[in-house]
Design a protein around this ligand. Structure first.
Ligand SMILES: [Zn+2]
Length: 176
């Protein structure tokens, strides 16, 4: 499915741009375009060597990035739940992470289902099936994105992951 039009307009016209040989991401910080295989390979090796500390670090980096993006969106747009989840879906697609096929609320929890989930699928292709979920960067982004919207600290757990052989990646965002 195509990226929603409003999001294309918002992100590509104002948030992503080239200037003086630099490529700027939506947080107006310099970025690069990286093949998913390279990114997956870097993260895989880092997690393999670094254990729990590395997991926490990858999560924290995603969290900071998501929080900045969420803040920027809240500053320029309305903050209804459907509007915000459309924004989050757009972020996932624009970043090339995959497609969020469903958002739901269970009590105070927010649940997001991602399929395809490109990082997890690439991880499985390159390194085989895992015992645990691998999308620590994405769950960090998810928790960070929702914090400015919910106005409290959140954590995100991944309960299903395509890298484990599940049919989707599933993220549960809840109050910290
Ligand atoms: Zn996953």
């Amino acid at each position: 499915m195509a990226i929603p039009n409003f999001f294309k307009k918002l992100l590509f016209s104002r948030q992503f741009f080239y200037e003086n040989g630099k490529f700027f991401l939506m947080m107006k910080v310099p970025g690069i375009i990286l093949p998913m295989q390279a990114f997956t390979s870097f993260v895989h090796q880092y997690l393999k060597d670094g254990g729990e500390k590395a997991i926490e670090h990858v999560y924290t980096v995603g969290h900071e990035q998501g929080k900045n993006a969420g803040k920027r969106y809240i500053n320029i747009s309305n903050t209804s739940f459907p509007g915000f989840t459309e924004f989050v879906k757009g972020v996932a697609e624009v970043m090339g992470l995959g497609k969020i096929t469903a958002f739901s609320q269970e009590g105070s929890k927010i649940i997001a289902v991602m399929n395809p989930s490109i990082f997890a699928e690439t991880s499985r292709e390159l390194f085989g099936k895992t015992k645990k979920p691998v999308c620590h960067y994405i769950r960090g982004i998810a928790a960070g994105l929702f914090e400015p919207f919910l106005k409290y600290d959140t954590v995100c757990e991944e309960t299903y992951c395509k890298a484990k052989g599940d049919s989707m990646c599933r993220f549960v965002i809840k109050k910290r």
